[in-house]
Design a protein. Structure first.
Length: 121
């Protein structure tokens, strides 16, 4: 199971379709607080963030996940426009386990979901 914090309609659809094809259960968060609530309730092995989302407050959510001992072991992956150096730096400072360019994320999505959906929480 993978928790997804993405509000871009096209990427949500792409992730949903790829997850279904790969047989990976996905849960989509609706807000920054929902990300944290779902992470606490489900303890997913992986949370995927669109770092360019303002609605889902990805940097604050990543920081909260990384600082909460109850959520230790949850991996975080953020994807972002490759030219958004500020978002990349903020995500790394927040403790994001992996930061990827949007294009690389899209190209490797099936593998990311398969690996993330089966790892231990």
């Amino acid at each position: 199971m993978v928790l997804v914090a993405v509000d871009d309609f096209l990427f949500r659809s792409k992730i949903r379709t790829t997850g279904k094809q790969a047989g990976v259960e996905l849960v989509f968060a609706q807000s920054g607080q929902d990300v944290l609530d779902q992470a606490r309730a489900l303890k997913p092995p992986l949370v995927i963030f669109d770092l360019n989302s303002s609605k889902l407050e990805p940097i604050a959510a990543i920081t909260a996940i990384k600082q909460d001992p109850a959520l230790a072991g949850i991996r975080t992956l953020g994807f972002v426009s490759h030219v958004d150096a500020d978002a990349i730096a903020a995500a790394r400072q927040a403790g994001t386990d992996q930061v990827m360019a949007r294009s690389a994320f899209a190209a490797q999505l099936a593998e990311i979901l398969l690996a993330g959906g089966t790892g231990p929480a």
